[in-house]
Design a protein around this ligand. Structure first.
Ligand code: MN
Ligand code: MN
Length: 393
C-alpha cells in the first residue's frame, strides 16, 4: 500500500468508526454479531508503525506497603494492552490482600513463589477456600468477592491477569473502603448490631491488611461449609505438559480442563536456548506475556509491512492483539519460561507451518513464484515449537 493509499484507507476507517458510534448501543446489540466490534479500527494500531508491546513490569514502582507490593500493567503503562491487564503481587507473611471485588474484570492467577490462601464468594452464597503452591492457578469470575493471604513464614509472589486492559488493581472495590464510608446507623441496621460495634473500623481502604499468620488448617466460614459446584483452583504445573518438543514444552489450561475459567486461558511456555514458538496468530484472543525466566525475542507482524521485534527480559510484559502474527524465541543462555494469558476460555491458534501444510504445492508455487518442488521440503504438519538450530542445509 502506498502512503497515499494508506492515508485514504485510514480516512475511510475513521469515517467508518464515526458511523459506528452514531449507530448507538441498541442497534449494535440488535445487529447480533459481537465480532462487529473487532471491525472498528483501533487508532493505536492504525499508524504507520506498530506501537511498543513491551513494559518492564517488575522494574516499575507500583504500590508498596510494608514489603508487600502490587505492580500493574494496564493501558496506562502499556497502551496496546486493551484486552488484558496484569499485576505482579508479593505478600509478606501475615499480609492479606483484603476482601474485594472487581467490577469490570475476572481475575486469573499463577503462583510463582510461596503459598497463598484464597476465599471467594459466588452469587449463590457458596464460598470456597483454597491453598495454592507454586505452579497453581486460580480463577475468580467477574465481580465475585475474594481475598488473598500469604500462607506460612515465607513471602509469596504471584502474577494476576485480568480480562480487561482498562482494569486497574488500584481501582478495586475493597470492603474497608465501603464500610469506612457508610454511616454507622446504616451499618448497625444492616447487620442488626449496635453502632458501637463499628467503632474503630478503618475509615479508608486498607488494601494490604496485616495480622497473625493464618492457621495451617483452614478455618470454617461463619455460615459453615457451602461449597460451589465448580472449583476455583487448578494445579497447572502438577499436570504433564500439554505439548513436548525437543525445543521446548507447553502447559495449557482453558475451560475444557478448568470449567470455571470461562474467559481466560493460561499457558506456561518453556523454551530451550534457541527454541522457537513458531510464527502464529490467535483468531479469537489477545495474548499477554510475562517472562518468568530468561530472555526472549518476540516478533509481531501487523499488516501493511509493519513488523516489530522486542526483547523481553525476566520480569517484562509483552502483548499481542488478537489476530496479529507473532513468534517467541529464547535468545538467552538458559531455559526460558514465559507465562501467557489469553482473554478467552477456549484456546485457538493458527501456526504458519500448519497453514502452509494445509495448501498444495501448486498454490504455494504460484503464491511465491517459486518451483513447486521447493515446497515438498516444507513441514507436513504443525511445527509449534522449532528446535534450536532447526535450519537445515
Ligand atoms: Mn482481586
Ligand atoms: Mn501466541
Amino acid at each position: 500500500m502506498s502512503g497515499l493509499q494508506r492515508r485514504d484507507f485510514l480516512a475511510r476507517a475513521a469515517a467508518f468508526t464515526a458511523a459506528g458510534a452514531a449507530l448507538g448501543g441498541a442497534t449494535r446489540v440488535a445487529a447480533g454479531d459481537p465480532s462487529f466490534m473487532n471491525n472498528v479500527p483501533d487508532p493505536l494500531l492504525a499508524g504507520h508503525e506498530l506501537p511498543t508491546f513491551k513494559f518492564a513490569l517488575e522494574r516499575s514502582e507500583g504500590k508498596v506497603i510494608d514489603g508487600s507490593f502490587g505492580k500493574e500493567a494496564t493501558v496506562v503503562q502499556l497502551p496496546i494492552s486493551k484486552g488484558i491487564a496484569g499485576v505482579s503481587m508479593k505478600l509478606q507473611p501475615g499480609a492479606m490482600r483484603e476482601l474485594h471485588w472487581h467490577a469490570t474484570a475476572a481475575e486469573w492467577a499463577f503462583v510463582l513463589e510461596g503459598r497463598v490462601r484464597t476465599t471467594v464468594i459466588d452469587p449463590e452464597g457458596c464460598a470456597e477456600t483454597n491453598d495454592f503452591n507454586p505452579g497453581d492457578v486460580w480463577y475468580f469470575p467477574r465481580g465475585h468477592g475474594h481475598m488473598l493471604e500469604c500462607l506460612g513464614d515465607r513471602p509469596c509472589h504471584f502474577i494476576l491477569i485480568f480480562d480487561n486492559g482498562y482494569f486497574s488493581e488500584f481501582g478495586t472495590f475493597s470492603i474497608t473502603d465501603w464500610i469506612g464510608h457508610t454511616p454507622k446507623p446504616l451499618l448497625a441496621k444492616n447487620f442488626g448490631l449496635p453502632e458501637a460495634a463499628f467503632d474503630g473500623f478503618p475509615r479508608e481502604e486498607v488494601y494490604f491488611a496485616r495480622g497473625a499468620r493464618p492457621p495451617e488448617q483452614q478455618s470454617i466460614p461463619l455460615q459453615g461449609r457451602r461449597l460451589p459446584p465448580q472449583t476455583h483452583k487448578y494445579e497447572l504445573l502438577a499436570q504433564p505438559p500439554h505439548k513436548v518438543f525437543p525445543g521446548g514444552r507447553e502447559w495449557r489450561v482453558d475451560s475444557s480442563r478448568f470449567p470455571i475459567s470461562q474467559t481466560v486461558t493460561g499457558v506456561v511456555l518453556d523454551l530451550e536456548p534457541g527454541g522457537l514458538r513458531e510464527l502464529h496468530w490467535h483468531p479469537t484472543a489477545d495474548e499477554w506475556q510475562y517472562v518468568v525466566e530468561g530472555s526472549v525475542s518476540v516478533t509481531m507482524f501487523g499488516s501493511h509491512g509493519r513488523y516489530r521485534t522486542e526483547t523481553l527480559e525476566k520480569g517484562d510484559v509483552g502483548y499481542v492483539p488478537q489476530g496479529y502474527g507473532h513468534s517467541i524465541e529464547n535468545v538467552g543462555g538458559g531455559r526460558s519460561r514465559v507465562l501467557i494469558g489469553f482473554n478467552t476460555g477456549v484456546y485457538k491458534t493458527i501456526d504458519l507451518s500448519q497453514w502452509i501444510a494445509g495448501n498444495p504445492t501448486d498454490v504455494l508455487a504460484t503464491n511465491f513464484s517459486k518451483p513447486a518442488e521447493l515446497f515438498e521440503k516444507f513441514p507436513r504438519r504443525d511445527v509449534f515449537i522449532a528446535p534450536p538450530g532447526a535450519a537445515k542445509e
